[in-house]
Write a protein that binds this ligand. Structure first.
Ligand code: PLP
Length: 266
């Protein structure tokens, strides 16, 4: 007798992201978030990192040929969405762009990981420029925090709305800015605001601000969002559900002896 569970197959989400050995961010975080949201993560490491719970100490991009080879090995799987995280070299960017281009018509969620929460730089000006030119036009939802938004739109203006609109003009489908202080709505102290900019307009959500510092909150949000889109939710619903999921994971985070708290997604 075959021991294969019958029933609908889970939607497969292809994750291209760095490996963080702490499990706070990167591939492990993404896989957990995707599984918890009903998806099946297939994972391709774009970089290996040396880090502790305080900061990233070393990033080694994975060979671009290996990345392409791993993607080829997954070609028989029905991929329903793609999530991209850390892209730490120009060759990696080329491979990621090729892999995304090879799979048109599915949602692509990109978390532009430019700097670690601990402070380490994870990108360069040239790489950000290449990211804007080559990957951004293929993105359905970009999930920058305010700092990433600023760095991706240097010279575009002062406020989040102008900056986000610049990204939309560059070909990105929607931008979900986390920790936004968009002045259109005053955010009460003790709350944090996330704002979605898309073709239908601007939508804001506010969540009680959590104290403490968390590692991998951006990964959790983007991965949950990719899984939600893969199961067929609308952009608005998926953004809302992914935020709720992330907020819950942060409220359940555990505190290692040193460094940032690690979200519990499962
Ligand atoms: N992805 C990987 C592989 C990382 O190493 C990091 C940063 O350490 C991140 C994503 C971003 O995580 P965070 O925003 O918590 O620094």
């Amino acid at each position: 007798m075959r021991n294969v569970r019958q029933g609908p197959n889970p939607p497969v989400v292809l994750v291209l992201a760095g490996h963080d050995p702490t499990g706070g961010a990167g591939l492990v975080a993404d896989s957990e978030a995707i599984a918890a949201c009903g998806g099946w993560a297939v994972t391709i490491p774009t970089a290996l990192t040396v880090q502790d719970c305080r900061d990233v100490h070393r990033v080694v991009p994975v060979d671009a040929g290996l990345i392409r080879g791993m993607a080829g090995g997954l070609s028989s799987l029905p991929i329903a969405a793609i999530k991209v995280g850390l892209v730490a070299s120009s060759d990696t960017l080329d491979a990621v762009v090729a892999i995304v281009r090879d799979r048109p018509g599915i949602p692509v969620v990109v978390d532009p990981v430019l700097k670690a929460g601990g402070g380490a730089e994870l990108s360069t000006t040239e790489l950000i420029e290449a990211f804007r030119e080559r990957l951004l036009p293929l993105v359905d939802v970009l999930t920058p925090n305010r700092l990433e938004l600023e760095r991706l739109t240097k010279g575009a203006g002062q406020d989040d709305t102008t900056r986000a609109k610049r990204l939309l003009t560059s070909g990105c489908g929607a931008v979900l800015v986390t920790g936004s202080d968009d002045p259109e709505v005053e955010v009460p102290t003790g709350e944090v605001q996330q704002v979605l900019y898309c073709a239908d307009g601007r939508f804001a959500w506010r969540w009680p601000r959590l104290t403490g510092r968390y590692h991998g909150s951006g990964c959790t949000l983007a991965a949950a969002l990719s899984a939600r889109l893969a199961v067929g939710e609308s952009l608005h619903e998926a953004c809302e559900q992914a935020q709720a999921f992330t907020w819950r994971a942060l409220t359940r985070a555990w505190q290692p002896p040193v460094g940032q708290a690690l979200p519990r997604r499962l």
